[in-house]
Every structure is written in structure tokens, then in C-alpha cells.
Write a protein that binds this ligand. Sequence first.
Ligand code: MIG
Length: 797
Amino acid sequence: MQVATSSGKYSVKHYPDTVKEWKQEGNYFYFYTTETILEIRVISDKIVRFRYAADGTFQRDFSYATSEKMEDAPICFEIKEFEEVFQIDTDAIKIFIAKDNLRLTITDKEGRVINQDEMGFHWQSYLQKGGKIVYCSKMIQEGECFYGLGDKPTDLNLRGKRLENYGTDAYGYHKDTDPLYRNIPFYYGLHHGIGYGIFFDNSFRTIFDFGEEREDVQSFWARGGEMNYYFIYGPELLQVAEAYTKITGTPELPPLWALGYHQCRWSYYPDTRVKEIAAEFRKRQIPCDVIYLDIDYMEGFRCFTWSKEGFPDPAGLIKELSAQGFKVVVIIDPGIKVDPNYAIYQEGVKNDYFCKRADGALMEGDVWPGKCVFPDYTNPRVREWWSSLFKSLVDTGVRGVWNDMNEPAVFELGTFPEDVRHDYDGEQVSHRKAHNVYGHLMSKSTAAGMKKYLMPNRPFLITRSCYAGVQRWSSVWTGDNVSSWEHLWLASVQCQRLAVSGISFTGSDIGGFIGEPDGELYTRWIQLATFHPLMRTHSASNETGFNQEPWSFGSKYEFVVKKFIQLRYQLLPYLYTTFWQNAAYGTPMLRPLAFVAQHDPQTHNCTHEFMFGDALLISHVSEAGMKEKEVYLPTGRWYYYWNDKPYEGGQLVKIATPIEEMPLFVKAGAVVPNYPKLQYTGQAPIEEMTLQVFYDDQPAHSTMYEDAGEHYGYKNGQYNVIRFKQASDKQQFHLKKKFHGNYEATYKKHRVCVHGLPFTPTEYVVDGKVFKLNARNFAVGVVKVVLDREFEDLIMR
Ligand code: MIG
């Protein structure tokens, strides 16, 4: 059926008509209308893919987002035909397909609507550019909230907004700038306590409307490609987040050093300046693991070269830094300088590796080196070549790579014109289809090269642009932000949003990239970033000579900044465990409160509070001169980290915010493992692992993961998972511990520090043996004992 709308011949919208035929092939179902075919693939009880061949022919079933590991899990389902609908049941949901128009209604087992089509799938010919504009519209349910979509710098709840994905170099972006650098076409809906997700796997420009155009309609569309989306049922939002990574994958574990503190700048130049910075960290005993080299380390911004003047002996420099415990990460951009005497340019031209315009001319554009050409990373042959270029960097001692400018960014033009051609793994497409995967595939081939040459060490990658699924090989940062209090809030929201969009390994430029923070803003930013998976200071004030290092703001601020970086290092075993949860199960490392307590509507619009892992709740100090802050605590019992004061959740609490502290709470019952003080990871073998245990009278479970923090031994069982159960009551504290694994940890002792006991114990019992507690076991508010690592049962009474 064709319905012409008022705006003329380009706007004829096609809607599917009556189902004429249907068939089932295994877990695939096909429904045929006059023009359109709907394919339904039941992937698991809770994940179903809907794909539409608008006018009867499916396109190649191909995606740069999906993980090689995705499989259709053994599933139970059945189809029934009724007079007006087909009904497909899985163990978790029912899908109704209207015979009249293919419109879908998805309910849970109890028949409660999860998601329902409005017009559902429809399409329009894109006469000017070819192909079709493919749409899907659905009803917004009462009270529905929306989350996800990657790095959008706006409120967490997207209700009432329209947003799009078309990777953009958004220098100095601000609240509500759209689009930004990353392209993650995945969102969540939440209503009546029911959470679900929709992943629209289409690499063209995609647009999402959450009731901006029409209050009660959500819709998404793309200017080409196919309507191809995954529906994911929760009902818990965290379950949706985990299921999304069944489709798009999870990361491998990073080297532990990548969870330490990173110092970056545009640019530390020359080598002597880099050494000075490194020496300053060690002299002031501020922990740091990573130093970055921005574009000036190259010779005339030629990738894979070193400035003869500034960095005459890169291998020597890196060796010296590594002796002090630093790893070096270097930037690599996609722009290859047009220079007949430059080997990489020559090789690329000779082998036809660079992108071309529609009529065959090279795609040329200015970036830092002047006139440049750009590898076509959508060509597997080019990806392989690009990977091979990282051998020289690894041979020089580089341990990580930073991919920038890969939206792709081009001066003057902004990005590539749409006519640029791309291989797209054999498909031959225009930039319209390849734009949103350009940086994604650049970072993919960078990661493949780094992994290969660094073996057996683990690589570290950071990229600015990407598509869904980048978490399998890279971290990201939030791009060119500004030194302002608004941007501190944006950093928090963006990192939370990225985390629930599959990309947990993320952080912002601490202190702001553009502009100059004062000591207070820098310190508050460090405090927030202590609880971001990637903790990196970066700034661009190279013209004014402004410094943005932990000691740049005077001793009062240096003291606090150091205290928080030290806290970061103490928390490493907890952060690493949280990373492992993300790697193993896809659980986001950062969890907005709506994802922690979705049944409490008070959490739905919270943007300040979030959880890092299972135990810590953070709310950053968000204004200059702030003396106290209101923090919303979800139901349950909490301790204030800085003084162990207990709080009941389900309410707003007022917290004083002196500069040395930020609102930080620990969930009652939790076990938080701590390292001793370190200047850098691997500085010395860990001899004692502290367990900070927070009393609760309800049963509570915690987990700790550990491995070598380097290499791939963990893939052969060289890791430990330690499960804790607290089973305390009002008279006694009781902690049980179960150990699984084959990793030989360096430490032999646990120091167990018990917080918040409501009674004063006189003795403790370790695996049945009774000991007296004496004065040495008591510190302010804490009872501590040192036990053999093997202990399995601890009672204090
Ligand atoms: O046009 O390499 O976002 O982090 O320092 C600026 C120089 C290019 C943008 C990145 C920023 C980096 C800078 N780059």
C-alpha cells in the first residue's frame, strides 16, 4: 500500500499491507506482504532480531558491530496463527504480528506490553541519493523513560528529545550538541518497571526521536540501508545492558596499568620535557602509569615517524621512562601526508589503499600535516597493511595507541564529502554508509596490529570515533571538552551513558581540554575521574604555556589531588574486578541510578549519582564553592566512605563537601579489596591484600577477581574468583570466603578491616580457631585482623 503525503513525490511513504504467506526455517520466521518481507530471528528468549526487506529483497546480512562470538542460543519458541495475528512465544516474551499491516506488539509472559508499534516499519525511496529511507515508529508507554545512545551530552533520560548519529569532530561542544564523535544506535526504554533495549544496526546516519515530534511516539530511521534492529527484553535494565553485549561483544581484560593514572597533553615536547614530567611525578610521589605523546612527536605530523629534533632517540627515551615505571602511549591519526618522499604515502598510493572520490581522484583534505590522503579502513586489505605498520612503534617500546581525528575530521570540509567511495568489505559503497564506521575500523585494525606485536603483553587502545561494538578492542574518551563546571557534569553524564551503551572503558579529559581550570575545578574533576574507568588528564593550552598537571595549582590542591590518585591505586583490585565483570558478563562498570533501582521513579532522572561496580556510589561536587550537596541514595543501607556514618537509602541526604572529600558511599555488606600504596602498578609484588568489609545484618555477596594484570594466562585458567558472603546478625559479624582458581597471587596475607560494627567484639574466630582481640586490633571505627590468605570463615563477636 502506498500513502502519498502532502509534501510531494519524494515523500511517498510505503507501509506493509496484509500478510500473504509465511514460513518458518529453524529459529527464523518470514512474513510476506505484497511488497515487504519481515524476517524474525529468535536469538534467545530475550533477544529477537527484526529485519525488513522493504520491496522484497534483503541486502547482504553484514555488520561491523556484531561480535564473532554471537550465537543463537538453544531456545524454546513456538508460533501460533490466529485470525488477526501470528503469535511467537519464547520463554520470556510473546510477539504478536498483525496480519493486516505487520505491526508488532511485544509483551511479557503475563501479557504486559513491553513495546508496541505505532506505524511500525515503513519506508520511502530516497530519489536524490538512491536506496531507501527506512523508518520504524513505536508507541511511547505511559511514564516511559529512554536511555543510551553513546556519548550524547545531555540529560540521561532522553524523553522528549531527537538525536542523531553521524560522527563529528565537535571541538568545544556543549550541552545538547548533537551529533558528537561516536555512533551508537542503541537505546533503552523503561516504563512500569519494565526495561527493554533496541539496537538499530545500520551504519548510515541514524536518527532517533523520543517523543520530540509527537509526544507519544518513539521512532528511529536511517537514510539508507535496511531496517534491521535487535529487540532486547530485560526486564532489568542491567540485564538489557548485558544482553546487548551478547550481540556486540565485551572487551578482553586490559593491562592493569591502563587502570592507573594517565597524564597527557597537547603536547609534551621535546623529549626532555617528557622526562621532566615523569621525574616530577616520582619526586612528588604522585602515582602515575602512563604518559602520552601527542602529534608533535612525529616528523612533520607524518604517522609512524619521530621528530628528529624533538625525539632523536625514542627507544632510549621510552626505555628510561619504563625503568621508572611509565608506559608510553602515542597518537596516530588517519591522515597520511601527501609527500612523495614519505614511505607510507608511497606504499599506500602504490597499493591503492587510500579513499577515492566518486570519479577516481584521491580523497584529499587538509589536516595537521597539510594535504593528506586517508586509508580506506573498510577494506580488509588496508586494515591488514595498517596493522602491520605498528610493528615499528612496538619495537620502539610503545605500549598503547591513541587514535584521533577518525570521524573522519578534515579541516574546512569538516568530514569527507558523501561521494567518497569505500570498499565496505567488498560491497563498494559511498561515504554515506561508511562514515559511521570509519574510526571504528581504524581503531579495529590499530588494535589488531598492537595486539599482534605486543604479544604476550596486552595492548591499550583509545579512540575518538567508533560504532557500536568498539568495546571489543578499544577505550574511548569524550573528546574536546572545556574547562568549565558544566563540562564536569557533562563528563559524568557522558561516561555513564557510554557505559550503558556497551562502552565501559571511558573517561573525559580531566580539567577540560580547552581552557584553563582553576585548582578547585581541576581537583573536583580528579575526584570524579577517580571513579571513571579511564583516568586521564589532558589539555591543549600549548599556546599560553598553562600547565595542567596534578601539582599545577598549588600545594593545597596538589595534596587533595594526590590523595585521590592514591585512592585510585588503592582501589585497583576493586576496579579491576569491576572491569572483569564487564569483560565476562557485559555488566556496565558505571551504573546510573536508574539502572540500579529502576523500580524507584526517583532514580529515573538522576544524573549526578552513579555506581562504580557493585559497592561504590558516587556523586561529584558540581559547583564552585559548594559547601554541601544533596545526594539521592537508593533503598538499602549505605556507609559514608570518609567516616563510616551509616545512612538509610530511599531518600535525599545532605552531605558536607569540603575540598578534601567528595560524596562517596559504600553499600552495606560489601567487601572492597585494596592494594597497599603504589607509585605505579607492578612497582613491587603485592604482599598484603586488604579487604575493607562493611557490616550489614542482611546477607550480602561480593566478588573479587584477580590475575597477573598482564599477559593472557587468564585465558588458560590463571585467575582467581573469590566469593564473599557476609552472614552477620546483630550480635556477630560473619564473613565466609570461597576461592576458585589457579592463579598464584604474590600475597600471603589478608588484612581484614571491618567497618560499622554495631557492637564491640572481644574475640574473633578464624576457621574455627578462637583468638582474643586486643587494643592493636582497633582503629577509629574499624576492627582489623591479619589472616592467612587461605582463610574461609571469619567471625567477630
Ligand atoms: O585538531 O592531536 O581530541 O585530544 O590533543 C585537534 C591534537 C587534534 C584533537 C583531540 C585532542 C588532541 C588534538 N586533536
